[in-house]
Design a protein. Sequence first.
Length: 212
Amino acid sequence: MQFKFKKSLMVMFGVPIGAVLVAGLVYADLSQNNSMHADVSLESAKLQVASTKPVMTESSAGDESVAGFSKPADSVLRDKLTWMQYRVTQKDGTEPPFENEYWDEKREGIYVDIVSGEPLFSSTDKYRSGTGWPSFTKPIDQAAVTRHEDRSWLGLRIEVRSKLADSHLGHVFKDGPAPTGLRYCINSAALRFIPKTELEQEGYSHLAGLFQ
C-alpha cells in the first residue's frame, strides 16, 4: 500500500538500542516546519488481543443492527461515502496526516462511525498527539470497538475496528498519556463529528452526560 503526501517524505528506519532493533514508520512532513512524526510499534504487541478476529457471542454473531445503528449495503456505502471514507473504512486504508478533517478539531462533541452512526469516541478523551491524526486515550465504550493483530507493516501493530459495522478505524499504541497510557490513532475519514450542542437533535442525548 502506498500513500501520497503533499511535500512529505516517508522513510523506513531501524535504530539499534543495545540488542534491540526498534522498527517504525516515520513521516517527515516537510510542510509542517520539517517536524518529524514517528509511529513506533515496539510496545504495541503487548496489548492484549485474543485473536485476529473479533470475538462474537452466539447472540451477536451476524447482527447488523444494534440499538438503532446498522451497516448499509455495500452499494449504498459506495454512494454515501467519499472515496477516502470508503477506502479507509472498507479497504483498510490510511489518510494523510495533517490533511484530514479532525486532526486539529477542538470542539466538544462525540465522534461516531461514519458507516453506521455508532458512537465511538468523545472529545473528552481526545488529545493533541502531534501525529497529524485524531488521537484518543480510550473509546466511549470498550465494547464498541474490536482489536486485531496487524502485520501489514514491519512488525506487529494492533488494528482497531468498529464492532457493529466492522469499519477500519486505525490503530492503538501504548505511548499515550494518563490515565490509560494508550493512543487510539484514528482516521478522520472513519468518523463523523457531532457537536455537543447537536447531540439531542442527532439522537445521542443519552451521551450528554459526558460533558457535565
